[in-house]
Design a protein around this ligand. Structure first.
Ligand code: IPE
Ligand code: IPE
Ligand code: MG
Length: 243
């Protein structure tokens, strides 16, 4: 029985949750932000090493301008407001994704929170902001190509380990468990490379209804999984009867 150390969450269903209450989608995002705070606290209390939260994807820019700008302000506001709690809980804040496209006020909040918490040694909290798994891989390919071009890297010697060192997610261990709320069963361009052997857990509830108890159920479910990584379990004989 092993414990999940790195949990990654696709926090989905804010809009549908609000719509089902005849409220604007933004109301769902506000509730969603409250749930994120609770789950971060739960992750600290449960002693997780890493928690990655998918907050904004590279595809989410295609939403109405008003929703995008609301999400940016909400994210910046939440990160700014939670800085003290991050310090009290010894949480180190980081991000994955391309920050350059974020509005300046959001970028500044992210830079400040990252700097402020850089010496904290507890939970690593990773916000995926303007993150896309395919873009992350493509950016790594571009960096590798540049290294090859300047003669610093021989393509023949490129290994999975060297390649992955060019990825944003390389700074962290691969997620043990990926949770997605709202009943959708897809990855939606979230962590692609390092999720190769992540366990998946899908919940029907929308994110604003997700609780610390639901989080515990997901963590408990993980402990029952048999992770084989393509191998066979030593306790099971390879053939039933000797040939
Ligand atoms: C998740 O909820 C939050 C973000 C993607 C930013 P959604 O906004 O995707 O809500 P649904 O999936 O439309 O209900
Ligand atoms: C994934 O949810 C992105 C985040 C949770 C930030 P989406 O709502 O954007 O994904 P799709 O469109 O349902 O695949
Ligand atoms: Mg969604």
């Amino acid at each position: 029985m092993s414990k999940a150390n790195h949990v990654a969450i696709i926090m989905d269903g804010n809009g549908r949750w609000a719509q089902s209450r005849s409220r604007p989608r933004t109301y769902g995002h506000i509730q969603g932000a409250r749930v994120a705070k609770k789950i971060i606290t739960a992750a600290v209390e449960r002693g997780l090493s890493h928690l990655t939260l998918f907050a904004f994807s590279t595809e989410n820019w295609q939403r109405p301008k008003t929703e995008v700008s609301f999400l940016m302000r909400l994210l910046a506001h939440q990160i700014r407001r939670e800085q003290k709690t991050l310090m009290t809980n010894n949480v180190r804040f980081s991000t994955i994704g391309d920050l350059s496209a974020l509005p300046n006020f959001a970028k500044q909040v992210v830079v400040d929170a990252t700097k402020l918490t850089e010496d904290n040694t507890g939970l690593r909290l990773i916000f995926a902001l303007n993150y896309g798994g395919q873009q992350e891989i493509l950016n790594a390919v571009k960096k590798v190509a540049a290294e090859v071009q300047r003669g610093a890297l021989n393509p023949e010697e490129l290994t999975q380990e060297t390649f992955s060192s060019f990825l944003d997610t390389h700074a962290f261990p691969p997620p043990d468990l990926i949770i997605r709320t709202s009943g959708e069963k897809r990855i939606s361009n979230f962590i692609l490379w390092s999720s190769a052997y992540s366990e998946m857990y899908f919940v029907e509830k929308h994110w604003p209804d997700f609780t610390a108890y639901d989080f515990d159920l997901a963590l408990a479910d993980f402990t029952k999984r048999s992770r084989r990584f393509g191998k066979v379990l030593e306790s099971i004989p390879p053939v039933a009867v000797a040939p």
